[in-house]
Design a protein around this ligand. Structure first.
Ligand code: S3P
Length: 441
């Protein structure tokens, strides 16, 4: 379905609580399925991606009671008693789901039900284009029996007994780090992962919350001893800062706006967007007030601010990796030049985000230059028009925000892809005063 986003004359205002964090929800689904006993999860993200991961665990014997709660889904998960699924596990659009589950499965060879079985992991067209050797190679190095089809999904995993090892990643990636750690949970000896710069550390924090002993050697290196069991518990999911980023951008861009964001996950390995908008001149007030499952949570007040272009330091890139579509969108409205570099990973997300953002911004009259690992954007006026999101939820939401401040409406083709991470986006934006409207196709 196409979405029309029209320029608005009045400011956005109100309070807003983002939906549950996608990364944390995926991990809670997997870890509570592995833990022996009953886990209770509040605020689980009700989106296509995270539900696909939870359903994959159900296909492997986790018993889940699903209920709708005030802030997403409430799951009661009876874990521990797993068996191989009857058919392929389908992760839809989700890179996190398929990569983390591959790590879990690779190491389950110590369970008699899994030994000698072959499990197929599949995804949609976009996921089947994304690179999988980045997890296949390290898992093979631990002794895993895993194959990809010419480097892509479908993946075929035959669970084995693995041997712990030290892996040094060339690119900071929480998905790769997590796949290795999850495989290492059942490997003999210790499994160690190092990265060039820190990536999000939800797996480490949640493993600890499930009672696993981890050695966080430094900001970029972690090690765990195999053979540990997970203890179930009660968990509450923080609000997703990556979803909140679209609302923050709308609040910054629409003149006169003031939005109070509540219950936002403020993990310092995820808050690169705050550093970027502050560097662009944003007026934000952060109040840390709660602690979730080892995750800092807080409130933010965003007031509209004229933004300035910024050169984004390369070490901030992994800390804001999912926010680059909206950062590039804000750059289009900022005064001066914004330079993004060291961000080639954006080419292997749900779309080639560098190429797509540059081509679609340029369709709307923005002065933008794509480079091999980033972009240079010179902000100014943005006219309306029709843009494609190529099945990428975050690009759809970015142009929905930009339509509020363009010279005329922006129509986003196939914007329904937002449901992969944020099904309530249109309602949440309209509640704050936006004018987003689904168009009958
Ligand atoms: C994620 C890690 C990031 C991010 C993705 C979610 C995770 O991917 O882009 O949306 O939950 O671990 P990479 O680890 O591949 O950078």
């Amino acid at each position: 379905m196409d979405l029309k986003s029209s320029p608005i004359a009045s400011p956005l205002s109100g309070s807003y609580r983002p939906p549950g964090d996608k990364s944390v929800s995926h991990r809670l689904a997997l870890l509570s399925a592995l833990a022996e006993g009953t886990s209770y999860i509040q605020g689980f993200l009700d989106s296509a991606d995270t539900v696909a991961t939870a359903m994959a665990t159900e296909a492997m014997g986790a018993r889940i009671q699903w209920e709708r709660g005030p802030n997403g889904l409430e799951l009661v998960v009876e874990g521990g008693d797993l068996h191989p699924p009857q058919g392929p596990l389908d992760f839809g659009n989700s890179g996190t789901g398929i990569r983390l589950m591959a790590g879990v499965l690779a190491g389950l060879g110590h369970m008699p039900e899994f030994a000698g079985q072959c499990i197929e992991l599949i995804g949609d067209e976009s996921l089947s284009r994304r690179p999988m050797m980045r997890i296949v190679e390290p898992l093979q190095a631990l002794g895993g029996d895993i194959e990809a089809s010419e480097g892509h999904a479908p993946l075929f995993v035959r669970p084995r007994k693995l041997t712990g090892q030290r892996q040094a990643l060339k690119v900071a990636s929480a998905q790769v780090k997590s796949a290795i750690l999850l495989a290492g949970l059942n490997a003999s000896g210790s499994t160690q992962v190092s990265e060039p710069t820190p990536s999000r550390d939800h797996t480490e924090r949640l493993l600890q919350a499930f009672g696993v002993q981890l050695d966080r050697i430094s900001e970029t290196e972690v090690s765990l001893l195999g053979g540990q069991t997970l203890s179930p518990g009660h968990f509450s999911v923080p609000g997703d800062i990556s979803s909140a980023a679209f609302i923050m951008a709308a609040g910054l861009l629409v003149p006169g706006s003031k939005i109070v964001l509540e219950h936002v996950g403020l993990n310092s390995t995820r808050d690169g967007i705050l550093r970027v908008i502050e560097a662009m001149g944003a007026d934000i007030e952060v109040v840390g007030d709660l602690t979730g499952p080892g995750e800092p949570i807080g409130g933010l007040t965003i007031k509209s601010t004229p933004l300035e272009g910024v050169t984004i330091p390369a070490e901030w890139v992994p800390l804001a990796i999912d926010e680059f579509p909206i950062i590039m969108g804000m750059a289009a409205m900022a005064e001066g030049e914004t330079v993004v570099a060291g961000a080639e990973e954006l080419r292997v997300k749900e779309s080639d985000r560098l190429a797509l953002m540059c081509s679609q911004l340029s369709k709307l009259g923005v002065d933008v230059e794509e480079t091999h690992d980033g972009a240079v954007i010179r902000g100014g006026q943005l006219h309306g028009g029709i843009v494609d999101c190529d099945g990428d939820h975050r690009i759809a939401m970015t142009f929905a925000v930009l339509g509020l401040v363009a010279e005329s409406p922006i129509i986003i083709r196939d914007a329904h892809w937002m449901q992969t991470s944020y099904p309530g986006f249109v309602e949440d934006m309209n509640r704050l005063g936006a004018q987003l409207e689904w168009l009958a196709s």
